[in-house]
Write a protein that binds this ligand. Structure first.
Ligand SMILES: *Cc1c(COP(=O)(O)O)cnc(C)c1O
Length: 326
């Protein structure tokens, strides 16, 4: 197997969240946050751990161009663009939309171009269904004399998931008695890697609506990382935070974002980490997570995505805080 290429400084911090714990009715030292949002490449986030392995394979294959897919506000696309910039590789992002989308770019799309990535607009369709378009783009690049390397949707393959086997080992060395690790499930590689390191019982995934069957997706990615394979129904996955669907804001998520920001000064994003926190809060309410148990919330990043939804988030919070000048 190929070697990984370091893209940041490790380990990321593990910090207590005593004020949020108290607000949820937990002991002050029950709740911790693993700061993968502070990973030091391209604005940070969970995709960097996967990309260390994936770009390692790309460089070993002597590729000169990274190609990947995602939603318009894809954090994975943004971090692939940053990794390419760091390593001197070209990057082509295959995203849903048309060149009109570029004119109204916000959030991650702005950063994609700042990192020098090119965008191939794939028209309308589900981001997970763009693999065929990405393969066509790779064939065209090869005809033009480039050496493309296709990185899967969300960086989620058994190879990419190795990054979160390491992430899970890091968590265990920082907090050996951890009972629960709560994580957003998008393309599934992050939960898969954590499950490989920590086992099925300790990892609680919160489905964000990006894939049709999260348990089957995570099990397929995690199986090759363990000697015995993983059964989908052995995984703990909450599906109660999907709301109206992937990327659509819903009130419990905004509530979780407000509570976390107001008690700890930590910003979550509306698509993934905010949903994961809403799932953690729901798990405390229905006693899947109890007082006296040690819980780690994995902050997977995603802050630029907030600015892809800036108006809605802004409307939902400003009404509460305006006050008259004295
Ligand atoms: C991609 C992403 C996730 C989900 O990770 P997967 O490995 O795709 O399941 C969670 N949070 C953020 C901010 C992400 O960008």
């Amino acid at each position: 197997m190929s070697e990984k290429i370091a893209l940041s400084t490790w380990p990321t911090p593990m910090e207590p969240m005593p004020r949020l714990a108290a607000a949820l009715g937990l002991h002050e030292d029950d709740l911790w946050i693993k700061r993968d949002d502070l990973i030091g490449l391209g604005g940070g986030g969970n995709k960097v751990r996967k990309l260390e392995w994936l770009v390692g394979a790309a460089v070993e294959a002597r590729a000169d161009t990274l190609v990947t897919t995602g939603a318009q506000q894809s954090n994975h696309a943004r971090l692939t663009a940053a990794a390419g910039a760091r390593l001197g590789l070209d990057v082509v992002l295959v995203l849903p939309g048309t060149s009109d989308s570029a004119a109204n770019a916000s959030g991650n799309l702005v950063l994609d171009s700042l990192f020098g990535a090119r965008v191939f607009w794939a028209g309308d369709g589900h981001p997970g269904g763009m693999a065929d378009v990405a393969e066509d783009v790779c064939r065209q690049l090869s005809r033009d004399g480039a050496r493309p390397y296709l990185i899967p949707f969300g960086g989620s393959s058994p190879l990419g998931a190795r990054g979160y086997v390491e992430g899970g080992e890091e968590i265990r060395s920082q907090l050996p008695d951890v009972d629960h690790v709560v994580v957003a499930v998008g393309s599934g590689g992050t939960m898969a890697g954590l499950t490989g390191a920590l086992g099925e019982e300790r990892v609680l995934g919160v489905h964000c609506g990006a894939v049709a069957d999260p348990a089957a997706t995570v099990a397929a990615l995690a199986g090759p990382l363990t000697p015995h394979g993983i059964a989908p129904d052995s995984l703990r996955i909450r599906t109660d935070q999907v709301g109206a669907g992937y990327g659509v804001l819903h009130e419990p998520v905004l509530e979780a974002m407000r509570t976390t920001a107001a008690t700890e000064g930590i910003v979550l994003d509306p698509v993934y980490s905010g949903r994961a926190m809403a799932g953690l809060i729901a798990a405390v309410r229905d006693r899947d997570i109890r007082r006296g148990e040690r819980t780690v919330f994995l902050h997977t990043g995603g802050l630029p995505g907030l600015f892809g939804h800036a108006e809605t988030v802004h409307r939902s919070v400003t009404a509460l805080h305006s006050c008259d000048p004295v």
